[in-house]
Design a protein around this ligand. Structure first.
Ligand code: GLN
Length: 310
């Protein structure tokens, strides 16, 4: 059988030859200026062994992939009460869509669109305060990651988001009108932007997601991060909503729960088998990494890792 190390280096080679690399996010300079030629992938298997290739050690802005970690913290705090403030349904709309908030009375469709993630941020700010929420996020991540060098919240990037975040501010104000935001718009949104501005590399991100592969247990120290049931819920939501209005196509092509970010990262989980992080900054028309998706599709073809396998 072909080894995982060989498979990942084959994919790296294939991706180097790709001409169409998508487009970087254009709304802030820190994301727009990233070189489209970057590509990295890292896989942590169930024994904790790391397989990595390309720019897997290079930092990037994980953006909406961070919504998985925010959700884990909030689910652990609130349990099923969380679902009174955010629903569990795919949206079929772009990540920053406002339209469904009107007919659904300020309750976002799921925790992975911006509106839903902002409610999750609000829950964390209520519990920990604005500064404390950032600390809680890093406290979740630090024990999951073996080498935290270069893993930090990029305040300058968060500031750029804040200065241009008119739409996110509109979403937050709109939800506050329905009493679904309990803190000041500035604090809740300020934390949301900082969470999105987490800088990590593929190796760190694959390790950080490994508890989702192992039923909620941190494989590095055997400690529980999230209950098995809440872990399953998170994976179900990643499958249905992790790529916004591209979630259906991702499920068909890749067949794994995954969460994308506008920085070009994707975290994908093979339950019981592997945690995978891939990064290529060029996006497709839905705002998901073009080559990241293609790389995962190739990986699943070569390994048979789809959750729909026979
Ligand atoms: N920070 C981005 C935003 O709020 C995150 C979006 C994304 O990664 N899809 O617009």
């Amino acid at each position: 059988m072909v080894s995982l190390a060989q498979i990942i280096s084959e994919i790296s080679y294939e991706m180097q030859g790709e001409k169409d690399r998508g487009k970087t996010a254009s709304y802030i300079p820190s994301l727009a200026q990233v070189d489209l030629h970057h590509w990295g992938m890292a896989i942590v298997d169930r024994d904790g062994k790391m397989y990595a290739s390309g720019d897997s050690h290079k930092q990037f802005s994980i953006q909406s992939v961070s919504k998985v970690f925010g959700l884990s913290l909030a689910l652990d705090l609130e349990g099923d009460d969380l679902w009174e403030r955010v629903r569990q349904e795919p949206s079929g709309s772009p990540f920053n869509s406002i339209i469904q908030l009107e007919s659904e009375h300020g309750i976002p469709r799921n925790p992975f669109i911006n509106a839903g993630a902002i409610v999750v941020s609000d829950i964390l700010v209520s519990k920990y305060g604005f500064q404390g929420a950032q600390g809680a996020l890093l406290q979740l991540l630090n024990p999951l990651v073996s080498n935290i060098d270069g893993m930090f919240i990029d305040y300058e990037l968060a500031q750029e988001e804040d200065e241009t975040g008119f739409r996110n501010r509109a979403l937050t104000n709109y939800m506050k009108n329905f009493d679904n935001i309990h803190n000041s718009v500035d604090e809740t949104l300020g934390f949301y932007f900082r969470q999105c501005a987490l800088s990590m590399n593929c190796q760190q991100l694959a390790e950080a997601g490994a508890f989702l592969m192992s039923a909620g247990i941190n494989p590095r120290n055997g400690k529980r991060v999230l209950s098995t049931r809440h872990t399953q819920t998170t994976l179900a939501l990643m499958m249905m909503c992790g790529h916004y209005d591209g979630s259906g196509a991702f499920a068909v092509r890749v067949g794994l729960p995954g969460k994308s970010g506008v920085g070009g990262g994707i975290l994908a989980i093979v339950p019981g088998v592997a945690s995978i992080a891939v990064w290529s900054p060029g996006l497709n028309e839905k705002g998901n990494s073009l080559l990241g998706t293609k790389s995962l599709e190739r990986l699943v073809q070569k390994t048979g890792w789809s959750v729909f396998r026979y």
